[in-house]
Design a protein around this ligand. Structure first.
Ligand code: HEC
Length: 483
């Protein structure tokens, strides 16, 4: 059974028309809304991991006294929904595609309605007895994925207050591992000598940080990469460190291998001054699976995109680029990670299977915030080999895009923020035919799809399962003699 799902173009136009922020489609909230009872829990869940003392955000949003002066601005920023400027910085378009992500802490429509009503009714405090218990803060001082089993530091670097950006290689960092280990998670933190207590808050994008990003591989010096190192499409590359990036936690059945004697090759470092003389280094925190663990599946990073043919005209909005990739294996997409540069404002992600065209997701884009969209296991796209992945990028090179320094300029492809990239750097698992069937069977059993239901992200979930192909034995030509 096949489904025709023309979400592609019609859907995109509809989504574009629905941009206008506001309270229009929000639920109506009954009764009085107060800070203590209604707003504090929303801030805890959606805001305080950043809006706390000594973190990346310009102000703390914990107590009523701290929050009250920002009330109007909080309403404005939360209602922007999926465009640059929205708080929290999470740009998922709600009216198209998959809506279930592990790392989505954005407020629900009901939360947004509560914020709007609270602000419109004078932002009352309410009864402090209604306040929820405070949540743990100090995010920048601890490992969010838990205490690592191994911490590998890079060398120290010093970035002067007014120095230009720097690209280059740092010394390989030895892991000193004595046995091969499968990695469950990797989290990279920048450690530096900026003291918030005396040095105030943020002065540049990136706040206190100077490591803009780091592309790195892990390997044993002099040794050839093996099949395990080269997980599909990833060339031994690990998730790129970018300022503000979350920890990467690999699925239980698909770790990444760190070999005994490996070093971290820190071959593409971008340093960006934060406006003060800063001494800094990166800490790589690895958590391991137990000794003896063997992964069932192969994990990989997608590099779907077009790095070369980028041609962004000066002074024009709504410029579109397309890129395609054919999946050579059955694939479970675990993460969608649009990556563009300053002119990028939106990226859509489609799966084309036969005559199904499914929009998996559309997200806004703000080059100040690079986000990875980490699919919930029960909604992660399960795509048969032969599926064509398609990304559609939208670029705005006009004065309306605040990230573009001079909108009159043409720009092509390149590494700097004022030149362009157009890639999906997501992550995925490669599945054998048997594993693919197993994953779809699990999904069907759990999700109870109705007959004829279109399942976005799993074009075969609701159809006849494909059986591994068996070639019929060739018929013997009549009259053929014995071989
Ligand atoms: C991932 C970190 C992060 C999260 C989560 C987050 N913020 Fe922010 N917020 C920032 C940063 C950094 C800035 C300053 C840069 C900017 O404006 O984009 C900011 C700016 C703001 C501003 C504008 C401040 C100004 O100077 O005008 C408001 C208001 C705000 N956030 C409210 C919120 C609210 C409300 C939430 C939760 C619903 C939230 N933020 C969640 C990091 C975050």
């Amino acid at each position: 059974m096949k489904f025709v799902m023309r979400a592609g173009f019609a859907g995109l136009v509809a989504a574009a028309a629905a941009f206008a922020a506001g309270t229009d489609n929000l639920p109506v909230v009954q009764g009085e809304v107060t800070f203590s009872k209604d707003i504090a829990p929303i801030l805890q869940r959606s805001c305080q991991n950043c809006h706390q003392p000594e973190s990346v955000a310009p102000m703390s949003l914990i107590t009523y006294k701290e929050v009250r002066p920002w009330a109007k601005s909080i309403k404005t920023r939360t209602l922007i929904r999926d465009k640059a400027g929205v708080m929290p910085p999470w740009y998922l378009e709600r009216n198209i595609g998959i809506q279930h992500f592990k790392n989505d802490t954005s407020p629900s429509d009901l939360d947004l309605a509560k914020i709007a009503k609270w602000v419109d009714s004078g932002a009352p405090e309410g009864n402090p007895k209604d306040l929820p218990a405070p949540i743990e803060i100090g995010q920048n001082k601890h490992w969010t994925a838990g205490q690592p089993d191994l911490v590998v530091p890079s060398e120290w670097v010093t970035v002067k207050a007014g120095s230009p950006d720097w690209w280059g290689e740092l010394k390989p960092a030895p892991t000193n591992l004595t046995e091969d280990r499968w990695v469950k998670s990797v989290e990279i933190r920048e450690e530096n000598d900026v003291d918030f207590g005396t040095d105030g808050g943020r002065k540049t994008v990136g706040s206190r940080y100077v490591f803009h990003h780091m592309i790195w591989t892990a390997g044993v010096p002099g040794a050839q990469f093996t099949a395990e190192d080269f997980s599909e499409g990833s060339s031994g590359i690990w998730p790129i460190h970018e300022v503000g990036r979350n920890a990467d936690i690999f699925p239980d059945n698909a770790g990444k291998l760190l070999r005994a004697g490996s070093v971290l090759n820190l071959f593409s470092t971008h340093l960006h001054s934060n406006g003060r003389d800063t001494k800094s280094r990166l800490l790589y925190g690895f958590k391991f699976f137990p000794v003896g663990y063997q992964p069932e599946l192969r994990y990989g990073i997608r590099a779907l995109g077009n790095g070369v043919d980028i041609d962004i005209m000066g002074g024009q909005g709504n410029q579109r680029l397309d890129a395609y990739q054919v999946l050579e294996s059955n694939t479970k997409i675990t993460i969608y990670e649009p990556h563009m540069h300053a002119p990028g404002v939106r990226m859509c992600f489609e799966a084309i299977w036969g005559y199904n065209v499914q929009t998996l997701n559309c997200v806004g884009y703000d080059h100040n915030w690079v986000r990875a969209y980490d699919y919930d296991d029960d909604y992660a796209p399960l795509l048969p080999k032969g599926t064509i992945l398609h990304i559609i990028g939208y670029f705005d090179q006009t004065g309306a895009n605040k990230n573009v320094p001079d909108s009159r300029n043409w720009s092509g492809s390149g590494n700097r923020s004022i030149t362009n990239m157009f890639i999906d750097l997501g992550q995925q698992l490669t599945l054998s035919d048997e594993k693919f069937e197993e994953e779809m069977a699990k999904r069907r059993a759990k999700m109870h799809y109705k007959p004829n239901e279109v399942v976005i992200g799993c074009p075969l979930c609701n159809g006849e399962p494909i059986k591994p192909r068996q070639r019929p034995a060739p018929a013997k030509p009549s009259g053929a003699g014995s071989e």
